[in-house]
Design a binder for this molecule. Sequence first.
Ligand code: E4P
Length: 218
Amino acid sequence: MEIFLDTADISEIRRAAQAGLIDGITTNPSLMAKVAGDGDPRDLFVEICEVVDGPVSAEVVATDTDGMVAEGRRLADLHRHIVVKVPLTEDGLRACRALREEQIAVNVTLCFSVAQALLAAKAGASYISPFVGRLDDIGHDGMEVVAEIREVYDEYGIETRILAASIRHPRHAREAMLLGADCATLPPSVLYKLMQHPLTDTGLQRFLDDWKTLGKEL
Ligand code: E4P
């Protein structure tokens, strides 16, 4: 499973990219608004693309098809790593189709059901982003939607990549792996929690204590 970082924070992106931990980035307008400040958000997208050797999702903010297509073209022109993110609305799916006809990669976002995911695939989506945590928030089982999309895409030989999104904790990431999501996008806090285990810490401490009894250096 590919791991994407769900942030626009360039220092977090550098940290994870330099450690070779991530395959790409997802952003959304809320994440951009947190960090873009007075600068041009397009400059931030370019900076992110130069740090990460992989897809970088950049979301449109127009809500009509023509506006989304125009913004999508401008975003795609910024850098070859850009994947244009469009919402799962009728206009968004029309924009997806139009952008895909121009060979622009598209991530269809704000997906909450398997039926929506099938329609996104029909519109040619490169990625579909089911929002697991937001479904959990309203009392549903978000991972169930990931499982259903996997089953339906496999059944019909659909190549759209499943990008599990709105991941809130390590258990979500684990379940996404086990269910066969192609990718999961993790907030930095979840990425670092994934590598932690108390037995790793106590095991390391014991090794170091035992080594000290030798009184030797390596
Ligand atoms: C995905 O592409 C979105 O940016 C993100 O995962 C949304 O997560 P949230 O529900 O925690 O805001």
